[in-house]
Ligand binder design. Structure first.
Ligand code: PMP
Length: 287
């Protein structure tokens, strides 16, 4: 059965779900989005995703033309129309259709899109064995240029870093911020473990404040795993005992190599393993 996509209040066949070539989301990357997972038929961390979508909209001076609860219902309707119990949702709100100038004033109505589909970002083997990453030469956007905390349709900063990773033959890259501190990976937040303590960069280090990151922080608290949000330098990654990434699509992925250096003993570490197991139980309400 062909997928049904929600566009501006209507459920359309995938082949019919299209946006105008004058949409400023396409012409200028003027818009925002969310990536959300559905587990066992319920939208995981729905409130947190809606809050971040609305925060992103506010930050770019875009008014989403429905309420949060209407948007939630639209997502539920889309999941149901496609018969999913487990899926990935891509929610997009663009500035809408305008003319060929960049001015948002010429875009009277935002375009809203909800796609429910499946997603597999990395091969299953990396979850067992760990992944290799590099540090990208491209710097994470300066916060006065475009805050990394806005989940915007401008992903070229991340895409350029991703291309560096692919050129180096690895799936992911660590991005440093303008101060040279560790920010995040191209589509995931990062964590290290050193001497039994979990550490992750602060939200003010030019990262997207990931929903999965937030869940991991909460789970560390519950499991009694010592945790700190602090400035990390590349050196901290090089000498870490364990290293893992988090994201809605990727979930929790161990990293076992960075810039050719082996992380810890090269195996997926015990705290990472415990958090992966706990995360999977948590998302299904089994913990
Ligand atoms: N950082 C970036 C740049 C991202 O695009 C994402 C989302 N894929 C994340 C971090 C992780 O955020 P979340 O856990 O909310 O998916």
């Amino acid at each position: 059965m062909a997928l049904k996509i929600w566009v501006d209040g209507k459920l359309l066949e995938k082949s019919e779900a299209k946006v105008s070539v004058y949409d400023h989301g396409l012409l200028y990357g003027d818009g925002i989005f969310e990536g959300i997972r559905v587990y066992n038929g319920s939208i995981f961390e729905c409130d947190a995703h809606l809050r971040r979508l609305w925060d992103s909209a506010k930050a770019i001076r875009l008014t989403i033309p429905v309420t949060q609860s209407e948007f939630r219902s639209a997502m539920e309707q889309t999941i149901k129309a496609n018969g999913f119990t487990d899926c990935y949702i891509r929610a997009v709100v663009t500035r809408g259709v305008g003319n060929l100038g960049i001015s948002p004033e010429k875009c009277p109505r935002p375009t809203m899109i909800i796609i429910a589909d499946t997603i597999e970002l990395y091969p299953p083997a990396v979850y067992e064995k760990g992944m290799a990453v590099i540090t990208a030469s491209v710097t994470r956007n300066h916060p006065n240029m475009l805050s990394a905390r806005i989940k915007s349709l401008n992903y070229l900063n991340n895409i350029l870093a991703k291309i560096e990773a692919l050129d180096a033959g690895v799936p992911e890259a660590v991005m440093l911020n303008h101060n040279g501190n560790v920010a995040e990976c191209t589509a995931d937040n990062l964590f290290i473990v050193r001497d039994g303590q979990v550490a992750t960069p602060l939200p003010t280090e030019d990262i997207l404040q990931g929903i999965t990151r937030g869940v991991i922080l909460k789970l560390c608290g519950r499991l009694g795993i010592p945790l700190v949000e602090k400035v990390l330098q590349r050196h901290d990654l090089y000498v870490a005992d364990e290293f893992f990434l988090t994201g809605t699509g990727a979930e929790v992925i161990p990293v076992t190599k960075i810039d050719g250096r082996v992380v810890g003993n090269g195996q997926v570490g015990p705290i990472t393993k415990r958090l992966i197991e706990t995360y999977h139980k948590h998302v299904r309400g089994q913990e």
